[in-house]
Design a protein around this ligand. Structure first.
Ligand SMILES: NC(=O)c1ccc[n+]([C@@H]2O[C@H](COP(=O)([O-])OP(=O)(O)OC[C@H]3O[C@@H](n4cnc5c(N)ncnc54)[C@H](OP(=O)(O)O)[C@@H]3O)[C@@H](O)[C@H]2O)c1
Length: 245
């Protein structure tokens, strides 16, 4: 029987790890939250939907006889990561976080780093008037009191309600630098709000903002739960080969 591994997914890295680990002989199950209607499916089994908190996840892990868990969720998905930490600790199950490295500022970047969306919103007045907002659906309400700013809100799926003055841009990454340059020019964007996501898929907007000389309000990453982490898919696979037996 191949060692069974649960990958908490929703990221390109999770999908890549599933592909490599399945090819290496592991029995892979990838879990999605179910927020994206048609996620790109990795090889191996796929399950969709929440587990019902840390207790539900613990129960699921116990019943499914997993040898290890890789938390490959997005760095801002703090709830599921905390629940995975608790569930694995309760079972004594091996857990590894696969966390893509954060972007590093380069010469010409005009980053304003802030703690959260509330601080980002407070920073915008006086800084920019036409803002590309790439912070996710649930964060939009934090910007509702930013008057005099036109927001270009980029999301994968439409929100139930658009709480901001401006335009919705529905699109799913990866986004090339050329496309991002064109987008900033088309809408005459003079400010960007982004999470410190790291990785290549959404870095194009950071490059395009640097070239355009516009400020980027960058929301710092939340703290990851305690535990081991790796920064690359290759390192996660190496860990699996030792830990998941
Ligand atoms: N946050 C982002 O910016 C972002 C960006 C790109 C992709 N994603 C992906 O989208 C998913 C949801 O993100 P989020 O920020 O809503 O997460 P979250 O706030 O940490 O989690 C909210 C709830 O969603 C469920 N959940 C989250 N990820 C799950 C997974 N991989 N498998 C099964 N259930 C999951 C859990 O429900 P129960 O408590 O019922 O178990 C969790 O309590 C994550 O898988 C993440 O990798 C997030």
């Amino acid at each position: 029987m191949p060692a069974r591994v649960l990958i908490l997914g929703g990221t390109a890295e999770g999908r890549e790890l599933a592909t490599l680990a399945q090819a290496a002989g592991f029995g892979i199950v990838t879990s999605f939250a179910g927020q994206t209607p048609d996620p790109r499916r990795p090889p191996g089994e796929v399950r969709v939907g929440g587990f019902g908190g840390a207790d539900g996840l613990q129960e699921y892990l116990r019943n499914q006889n997993f040898s290890a868990l890789v938390d490959a969720t997005h760095p801002y998905a703090v709830q599921i990561s905390a629940q995975a930490a608790k569930a694995c600790e309760g079972l004594g199950l091996a857990r590894m976080m696969l966390l893509r490295p954060p972007w590093q500022a380069e010469r010409g970047d005009r980053w304003i780093e802030v703690a959260d969306d509330a601080e980002a919103a407070a920073t915008l007045p006086g800084l920019a008037k036409r803002v590309l907002l790439t912070v996710g659906r649930r964060a939009l309400a934090a910007y509702a009191d930013c008057h005099g700013i036109t927001f270009f809100v980029r999301l994968v799926n439409p929100p139930e309600l658009m709480p901001l003055a401006g335009e919705l841009i529905l699109a799913r990454g990866p986004f090339s630098v050329d496309d991002e340059r064109a987008l900033l020019a088309e809408h005459d964007i003079d400010g960007l709000v982004s999470r410190q996501s790291g990785g290549e898929a959404t870095y194009g907007k950071i490059t395009a903002a640097r070239e355009r000389g516009i400020p980027v309000v960058l929301i710092r990453r939340p703290k990851a739960p305690p535990g081991q982490s790796v920064h690359s898919v290759a390192a996660a696979l190496d860990w699996l080969k030792l830990a998941a037996v």
